[in-house]
Design a protein around this ligand. Structure first.
Ligand SMILES: [Zn+2]
Length: 217
């Protein structure tokens, strides 16, 4: 067995002996009653931004949806053979689990958003799927350019990452089952942004139109 796989097996042994055994009753309840998370989090597949680790939650607390660049596509009604993985997960969370909150969990240094930027700047396509998927956030590039004319490199990337969170929030609102629950006041949607260099988490404030640091009470 390769050392890296051996490390995973050791990790599972540790999980089973400590974490799982300490939470035996929690797991038993979650199996018996099923999961009832109150929060769905749409996070990037990036190995550095696991929401369960960053937010220190317990099993059953959050329904995690992870994809490249934590994007939500717009609601689409295709004829057939369209595999809307993220839309399916959002639908399940909102209509079946009945979560009260949906959080779009953006982050700094996102390779997916960089791919979108490269695509907008006409760089040659390096992949089959990533550039198409990340083009969901193309509007973020236009808006970042408008907000920070002439911005390039890291400045542009950080600005695009934040605007991409807002594009995903807008796309969430295009799903009929989300729109209905927002109008009924039974669902809240949030845009968060994790700076993995500084270890800071901020939330989009619609009034000031800025991301503000989240602090515990
Ligand atoms: Zn990312």
């Amino acid at each position: 067995m390769s050392p890296i796989i051996q490390k995973l097996v050791q990790g599972f042994n540790d999980f089973r002996n400590r974490y799982f055994s300490e939470r035996q009753s929690l797991y038993t309840r979650l199996v018996k009653e099923g999961q009832k998370p109150k929060i769905a989090i749409i996070a990037c597949a990036d190995s550095r931004v696991d929401p369960a680790i960053v937010l220190q939650v317990e099993p059953g607390d959050i329904f995690s949806i992870r994809n490249v660049a934590n994007l939500v596509p717009p609601y689409e009604e295709d004829d057939d053979k369209a595999y809307h993985g993220t839309s399916a997960a959002v639908e399940f969370a909102v209509t079946q689990l009945g979560v009260d909150h949906v959080v779009v969990f953006g982050h700094a240094y996102c390779a997916g958003i960089q791919s979108m930027i490269d695509g907008q700047e006409g760089a040659p396509q390096k992949d089959r799927f990533v550039h198409l998927w990340t083009s969901i956030a193309a509007k973020a590039y236009t808006r970042a350019q408008a907000e920070k004319p002439g911005a390039k490199g890291e400045d542009l990337a950080r600005c695009c990452e934040k605007h991409a969170v807002l594009v995903s929030l807008e796309n969430l609102r295009t799903f009929p089952f989300i729109k209905d629950r927002l109008e009924a006041g039974t669902l809240e949607i949030h845009g968060w942004y994790l700076d993995i260099a500084k270890g800071e988490l901020s939330s989009y404030d619609a009034e000031s139109k800025t991301f503000q640091p989240l602090k515990s009470l």
